[in-house]
Write a protein that binds this ligand. Structure first.
Ligand SMILES: Nc1ncnc2c1ncn2[C@@H]1O[C@H](COP(=O)(O)OP(=O)(O)O)[C@@H](O)[C@H]1O
Ligand SMILES: Cc1ncc(COP(=O)(O)OP(=O)(O)O)c(N)n1
Length: 276
């Protein structure tokens, strides 16, 4: 028996809701063998981040070599990458070993408001990892940072999706979790089709790790060989069920429920926005 293999390159969240922990739980739930290359250790819970300890880039190189040389990788994702040195190391290894498909989640700030990478690393994303990405998954503030303007209309979001593709990514999803309204709608663009991934918005404080979980679910489906649009739709269903059946852990912004996908069967509405 064999299994699809997925790698997450990300930071550790001691609270278990985001980062490496969220990614590995998601891989497991979607039937994929999960591997990890740690970039940083965070002391974190549902109330916030109390410490960040970056690893040496050499430690990341060794982890990537260990996994690549022996087990192999069917798909991989990046999450929190705090320093330019680590970002450059990852980009070099991905290019050198032709690793992919690659999902880049350009993690910048935790929902608790703590910055998870320095200013130089934010800027380096555009030169290093985004050009290698099969899919980039910024939330709205991250997309605004990448294009350098407010994205307060659908037209501006579509223009931003085009510009992020022009940075070298094959496709982009601008996630709409930070917007208000009855639905949580994400905008997908692959250079041909705009797809609006829409689901009922759950009124809950327990949304810690939603972005990590979504990008990990896309990665898991890509590891199984699913086409990108199918992978993104499954990921939307996965995260919607994980949010809508909360575990209610901790005193602040609790984690999502990774068992939600297999334990519930809620329908998720998706529709296509015609490209203009
Ligand atoms: N309250 C919510 N109800 C339903 N879906 C949500 C909610 N909050 C976020 N999502 C969805 O979770 C995914 C992650 O989005 P987002 O929270 O914007 O990412 P991040 O964690 O990177 O800030 C997206 O598919 C988004 O639409
Ligand atoms: C270690 C670590 N990595 C990433 C994040 C951010 O995760 P995200 O899914 O964007 O969720 P929120 O933090 O925004 O709830 C993190 N917090 N820690």
């Amino acid at each position: 028996m064999t299994a699809p293999r997925a790698l997450t390159i990300a930071g550790s969240d001691s609270g278990g809701g985001a980062g490496i922990q969220a990614d590995l739980k998601t891989f497991q739930e979607l039937g994929v063998f999960g591997m990890s290359a740690l970039t940083a250790v965070t002391a974190q819970n549902t109330l916030g981040v109390t410490g960040i300890y970056e690893l040496e880039s050499e430690a990341v190189t060794r982890q990537l070599d260990a996994v690549t040389e022996d087990i192999g990788i069917d798909a991989l994702k990046t999450g929190m990458i705090g320093t330019v040195a680590i970002m450059e190391t990852i980009a070099e290894k991905v290019a050198q070993n032709h690793l992919g498909p690659l999902v880049v989640d350009p993690v910048m700030v935790a929902k608790s408001g703590h910055s998870l990478l320095d200013e130089a690393a934010r800027n380096a994303l555009v030169d290093t990892l985004i050009p290698l990405a099969t899919l980039v998954t910024p939330n709205l503030p991250e997309a605004e940072f990448l294009v350098g303007e407010r994205l307060d209309t659908e037209t501006k979001q579509k223009e931003a999706a085009c510009r992020i593709r022009e940075m070298g990514a094959a496709a982009v999803v601008i996630k709409g979790g930070h917007l208000d309204g009855e639905t949580a709608t994400d905008l997908f663009y692959d250079g041909e089709t705009f797809l609006a991934l829409s689901a009922p918005r759950t009124q809950t404080p327990h949304t810690h790790g939603t972005g990590c979980t979504f990008s990990a679910a896309v990665t898991a489906e890509l590891a199984k060989g699913q086409p990108l649009t199918d992978a993104v739709k499954t990921a939307k269903t996965f995260i919607t069920r994980a949010i809508s059946h909360p575990l209610k852990l901790g005193k602040g912004h609790g984690p999502t429920n990774h068992w939600g996908y297999r334990n519930h069967s809620d329908e998720i509405r998706t529709w296509i926005i015609p490209s203009s």
